[in-house]
Design a protein around this ligand. Sequence first.
Ligand SMILES: Cc1cc2nc3c(=O)[nH]c(=O)nc-3n(C[C@H](O)[C@H](O)[C@H](O)COP(=O)(O)OP(=O)(O)OC[C@H]3O[C@@H](n4cnc5c(N)ncnc54)[C@H](O)[C@@H]3O)c2cc1C
Length: 172
Amino acid sequence: MIDRFRSVKPVFATAILALILVCNFTPDAFTAEDTRRIDRLDALSLRLAEERANISILTNVAIKQIEAQAGKVTGITWEKRDTGNVETTPLAGGFVQISLLPNSQMVAGQLEMTAHGEVVIDEKCGTSVPGVYACGDVTTVPYKRIVVAIGEGAKAALAAFEYLLVGTDVAT
Ligand SMILES: Cc1cc2nc3c(=O)[nH]c(=O)nc-3n(C[C@H](O)[C@H](O)[C@H](O)COP(=O)(O)OP(=O)(O)OC[C@H]3O[C@@H](n4cnc5c(N)ncnc54)[C@H](O)[C@@H]3O)c2cc1C
């Protein structure tokens, strides 16, 4: 799934590749809400990418097929989602940049969530329901990284422990 352009990698790759085609599923490569929510580094990457002459960013496109001959990638066929036009761009390789889709359905309707499905948490990983804690990528915490998720996990555990001992959140 590619639903949002969020990568420094195309910018790095401009040094060695003649043409980079970035295909983004949604109409906007990066929305203002994404910028606030996730990572301003990604917004910077997008700006740098837009300035590079050998990066072409397509938005609102669906990848239909990776073309290949004799076991080698020769192109990518994509469809413009609003018009249905299908085109093939010759390319020598392709990378799939996965994106973020919070796996939060199990608590849908029970905990406050953003429009993107992230569980809203406070600074102690507390959710909208007292005694329920959430941590990591599934939450509103900025920077979806391993070290952040680990720290958040420790924080959530401590906060839950505190809740069990004291019975309510202790003011920070
Ligand atoms: C391709 C890729 C590359 C990445 N590279 C880096 C990197 O280089 N450096 C970096 O810091 N970060 C990287 N990240 C981000 C990093 O992986 C995440 O930030 C981190 O794993 C988040 O940890 P988490 O515990 O919140 O979620 P996850 O690691 O996603 O763990 C969630 C777990 O919950 C389980 N689960 C989901 N639903 C249920 C359910 N209903 N019941 C029970 N279990 C459930 C899942 O199976 C999973 O095991 C990368 C992510 C991806 C996808």
